[in-house]
Design a protein around this ligand. Structure first.
Ligand code: URA
Length: 239
């Protein structure tokens, strides 16, 4: 990778600003002063410092967000605010994208990353990564619905879903449930309830694979994954 690109990516200014730093002799590679912006370096092996401070290289970013309603799971949109708009500039520099989509009116766990391989693994139908949702459902949800979900239900387009695990927390006029599914068809949770004649009126994702929503995150807030959480993802990639 070019030295100026590395420094710009790590937040030391635009490529132009980085060139000024280089000209001033502020940058060293493996203890040698370097002024050549085009120098190719290995960002992992070579030791880069600016005014003696090491530049720690990071290629990927992994952010957990508690997505609020009213925001799109996209990187950009002409009309609406997107989840990427909620990130600060330092995080946006890595060009993260949401791993899968939550509807505009769905809240909860959303992972944003620039790690395409990981995103692919989490979303691949072959991996069948479980996702758990909490919902308020208009209509009395019963054990009969749970049984139907456990066998898979037929959606409005004729698609038979994989089995879903339904846990009824409160069976009432407006029921409260948790549902775990292993696929991610368009509006899947809402359409599964439609298939049993009920309507989801509030939806929040609680978890995706081994990652669980950090409930201390306010709606719209986010944080980078911890080392422990990253470790869980590595296991997923290896399996
Ligand atoms: N299922 C839905 O219906 N909506 C979502 O946002 C996620 C799953």
């Amino acid at each position: 990778m070019r030295l100026d690109k590395l420094l710009a990516n790590m937040g030391f200014g635009s490529r132009k600003e980085v060139k000024v730093l280089l000209k001033k002799g502020a940058v060293r590679v493996n203890a040698q002063p370097v002024k050549d912006a085009a120098l190719h370096i290995d960002p992992v092996k070579d030791e880069v410092t600016i005014l003696g401070e090491p530049v720690v290289y990071k290629e990927f970013i992994y952010v957990m967000m508690n997505k609020p309603q009213g925001v799109l799971s996209a990187t950009e949109d002409k009309r609406d605010r997107t989840v990427v708009d909620l990130l600060d500039e330092e995080n946006r520099r890595y060009e993260p994208f949401p791993v899968g989509r939550l509807d505009k009116d769905t809240e909860g766990f959303l992972l944003l990353t620039n790690d395409g391989k990981l995103a692919h693994n989490l979303l691949s139908p072959k991996k069948g990564v479980p996702k758990t949702y909490y919902a308020h459902v208009a209509g009395v949800v019963t054990e009969d619905d749970a049984l139907r979900f456990s066998e898979g239900v037929t959606l409005d387009d004729g698609y038979l879903t994989k089995p879903g695990q339904l846990r009824i927390l409160k069976s009432a006029e407006v029921s409260e449930i948790e549902l775990t599914i292993t696929e991610g068809k368009f509006h899947q949770v809402k359409r599964m309830f439609e298939a049993v004649g009920k309507k989801v009126v509030y939806l929040k994702r609680l978890s995706m694979g081994p990652l669980v929503l950090d409930e201390t995150l306010a709606l719209g807030a986010y944080r980078e994954l911890t080392e422990a959480e990253l470790g869980l993802l590595t296991q997923l990639s290896e399996n």
